[in-house]
Design a protein around this ligand. Sequence first.
Ligand SMILES: Cc1ncc(COP(=O)(O)O)c(C=O)c1O
Length: 292
Amino acid sequence: MEDIREEMRFQALFSEKAKKMRASEIRELLKITQQPDIISFAGGLPNPLSFPRDIIRDLLCEVLQGEEAARALQYGSTEGIPQLREAILERYRRRWGYKGDLENILVTTGSQQGLDLLGRVFIGSRSHIIMEAPTYLGALNAFKFYEPVIHTIPMDNEGLIPELLEEKMKMLHRRGETPKFLYTVPNFHNPAGVTLSLKRRQALLEIAGEYDLLIVEDDPYGELRYEGEHLPPLVALDKDDRVIHLGTFSKILSPGLRLAWTIGPKEVIKKMILAQNRALTSARAPSHRPLL
Ligand SMILES: Cc1ncc(COP(=O)(O)O)c(C=O)c1O
């Protein structure tokens, strides 16, 4: 009774959007994973044994005992410190011949913030977006908050099926609808586990070019390949500035650091920085030394 009264007390004050919010399925999943007798594959949790505790401790000590200590603990610029952004870009340049510069990259509080910022800058109520089926729950939750119409594309063992994307685009085109973007997880898909083949990456970019479609490439797992050849990310294959690429330190370093990045067209990054500036979460400064 007390609980119900407590709930009613605030209901009338909550915004319409907040009233529609439900406990995220991810959080519910994570709660289950925290039970000691459960080994869960659902939450994408890295093995804690892989966290480089000693390296992180030594780096923190080095920074806090050095001349950069005050700067490291101070507010930072919204887009992240240039040294870290440059170090991330350099890796993409070296590995994939990526050509962009500092204006093409933004540091975020986890990829989850990147997904939310994309929702903020692109999705209005009834905007059309395209996702794979099945898709990553965290992206679905982030985008759903902005009330889009979601279209889905089935996958098989080689990932998203380009012919079905083309059919969908034709159908939307006929109806006069312009989808805001396609969201895809091309490497070791969560939850499907499949990887988009090189041939399909090229086919996907061709279709996107034909229909002037933006692609959001969410790639938290690309660096975790244990066998076979690494495949180039869509952002490196893209010739006409239509891929927004999300990368994160969560699976290769530690998710608790909440450190990730978005690489994309300058105009999109600029808008995301403006959106991030307005978010409470921007009161963070990823100021420790670049660890890449
Ligand atoms: C596909 C996908 N994108 C993004 C994330 C979240 O990454 P972050 O910890 O950087 O928010 C995950 C985590 O499981 C994921 O599986």
